[in-house]
Design a protein around this ligand. Structure first.
Ligand SMILES: Nc1nc2c(ncn2[C@@H]2O[C@H](COP(=O)(O)OP(=O)(O)OP(=O)(O)O)[C@@H](O)[C@H]2O)c(=O)[nH]1
Length: 528
């Protein structure tokens, strides 16, 4: 048969592509072309793609550096076998490539030219001849287990023993991969129980904390100033639990405990003073009673003596006694009256003292870190949170955004629906914010209807995005004021903390941007 011309081959190729319903890709064309022309088909070598893979491989250890070098050489030589060998050796699954000197030979060879070891011993040399990589890999597993260990608790002795045995084997250079595999399988089984236990412990602890807080609120001496704090604390105890949330719970718990302690010492002091006053009063009453009944007895005795008296001279000493007794009685009464008066004064002073303590307590309550209406941090709490976040930025060199938001037309809402609805709107905004923002974000009430949100690890564009997302969510969620659905919007400014900027300076910039957002028509977010 006469050889086909390139034109005929091309035409036949196109025909076959159509007949076989193959997509007219370069690869399919090349495949059919080779078939029609009866030429061996070699798919193109994806050198560029492989180079990208090689570049992405870490070279932290000498073993990794060596295998990546070998991989790159194999790619340059378009050698599939070399690529395969180098990749497997990099992963610790095949015999390591020979030392330099023999390198050229391995790379230019295809795998089928490599001496093939007998099947039954193939695995063992693979592990033993890639010791650097395997030991490094095992070492990493050991470190990973050690890092995870504190999170798994230390009360299960058997689990701890198993961990130590595994760590020992992982660090023993003579341990083979098969043994490690078996140990890891057993260990991961036990690990799953330990991890489940820890998750359970966390949930139960949270429930206990919730109960405790609930109890505190029931035991509170004066509910009016404790309710807000404890409700905020209970809301903070709801899972999921994060470190940030736990920190929040801790702060709020400290507030409540502090106020409880204050209240208790005030109550104890007042109680003691009342007890002392009562004791004095009873003592005085008894003394008065005694002197009165003594006086009565003296009067009665005097009357009897007067009855029996025959002469005036008999009456004179009796009268003298009665006058004396009356004088004593009057003196006692005077003393009793003076004492009772002084007690009254003391009671008034105590009452004034208690009122003062009440005022002091209100002041202390106001100084606590949380705003009772919204559960958000107050100015004091914000100041502490800003200091904490700013020093984290300096330490870790991460971006921090501060957003200042102000509810739109809040005065109108107060005027039309009432101040109580205004309060609900503030709590609603705080609630939606807590749900929508990340747990590590901090919400603080900056003023009447102004809030600040701290967004750690957030650059400006992401900060603006987050606030816009909150704004969208808020416009989706209304709350009810009687039968009326109320929707609120806000205007916000976002500033990313500058390198030499203080927290308050960044908040001021965010405030200016918020002002511009108001000027631009409200219900929008602007970056500073
Ligand atoms: N219900 C309630 N209202 C508050 C509270 N704190 C401040 N306000 C009210 O919030 C309103 C704020 O009004 P403005 O500063 O004029 O702001 P606005 O009406 O929101 O106007 P724009 O900011 O320009 O959209 C005032 O009427 C305050 O009395 C609070 O704790 N509860």
């Amino acid at each position: 048969m006469a050889e086909k011309t390139p034109f005929e081959i091309a035409r036949e190729t196109l025909k076959q592509l159509t007949l076989r319903k193959l997509a007219p890709t370069p690869l399919n064309y090349q495949k059919i072309y080779s078939e029609v022309a009866q030429l061996p088909f070699e798919p193109p070598f994806p050198a560029e793609r492989l180079r990208e893979i090689a570049l992405a491989l870490p070279t932290k250890t000498p073993g990794q550096q060596k295998q990546r070098g070998l991989l790159e050489s194999a790619i340059n030589q378009l050698n599939w076998g070399g690529v395969k060998t180098a990749l497997m050796a990099y992963g610790g699954f095949s015999p390591a490539a020979p030392e330099s000197g023999k390198t050229g030979l391995l790379l230019s060879d295809t795998p089928k030219l490599l001496p093939s070891p007998p099947i039954e011993i193939a695995l063992a040399p693979a592990v033993i001849t890639a010791p650097a990589l395997t030991a490094d890999f095992f070492g990493q597993i050991a470190r990973m287990i050690e890092f995870a260990l504190p999170a798994l608790g230390s009360d299960d002795d058997r689990f701890l023993e198993q961990t130590q045995a595994l760590l020992k084997s992982l660090r023993d250079p003579s341990t083979d991969a098969i043994t490690v595999k078996q140990m890891l399988a057993q260990y991961s089984h036990r690990l799953s129980f330990a991890a489940e236990d820890q998750a359970e412990i966390k949930t139960v602890l949270l429930k206990l904390l919730y109960l405790l807080v609930e109890n505190i609120s029931h035991l509170g001496i004066d509910d009016s100033w404790l309710t807000g704090q404890t409700e905020a604390l209970m809301a903070a105890c709801v899972p999921p639990l994060t470190l940030r949330r736990l920190d929040d719970v801790e702060q709020k718990l400290k507030d409540v405990i502090f106020q409880q302690t204050e209240a208790k010492s005030r109550a104890v002091q007042a109680q003691e003073e009342m007890r002392q006053m009562l004791a004095t009063f009873i003592e005085r009453l008894a003394a008065m009673n005694e002197s009165t009944s003594g006086f009565h007895e003296q009067l009665e005795a005097g009357a009897r003596l007067i009855d029996q008296a025959k002469t005036l001279a008999d009456i004179a000493p009796v009268l003298k006694d009665i006058v004396g007794a009356t004088r004593t009685m009057a003196r006692d009464s005077q003393v009793a009256r003076d004492e009772l008066q002084s007690m009254k004064k003391h009671a008034e002073a105590t009452e004034a003292e208690i009122t003062k303590l009440h005022r002091e307590l209100d002041r202390v309550s106001a100084q606590a870190r949380h705003d009772p209406l919204t559960g958000a941090l107050n100015r004091q709490g914000l100041e502490e949170a800003v200091n904490r976040e700013v020093s984290k930025v300096k330490r870790q060199d991460t971006p921090l955004c501060m957003a200042l938001l102000d509810i739109d037309n809040f005065k109108k809402l107060n005027d039309t629906l009432g101040h109580a609805t205004g309060d609900i709107a503030l709590a609603h905004l705080a609630g939606v914010t807590r749900e929508v923002m990340r747990p590590q974000d901090t919400l603080a009430r900056y003023g009447g209807e102004e809030f600040v949100i701290l967004l750690p690890d957030t650059p400006l564009d992401k900060g603006i995005e987050a606030m816009t997302r909150l704004q969208r969510e808020l416009t989706k969620r209304f709350f009810m004021a009687g039968t009326e659905k109320v929707l609120i919007t806000f205007s916000a400014g976002v500033a990313q903390l500058g390198p030499d900027e203080t927290g308050p300076q960044a908040i001021k910039r965010a405030d200016q941007a918020m002002y511009l957002a108001k000027r631009a028509g409200k219900n929008r977010v602007l970056g500073a």
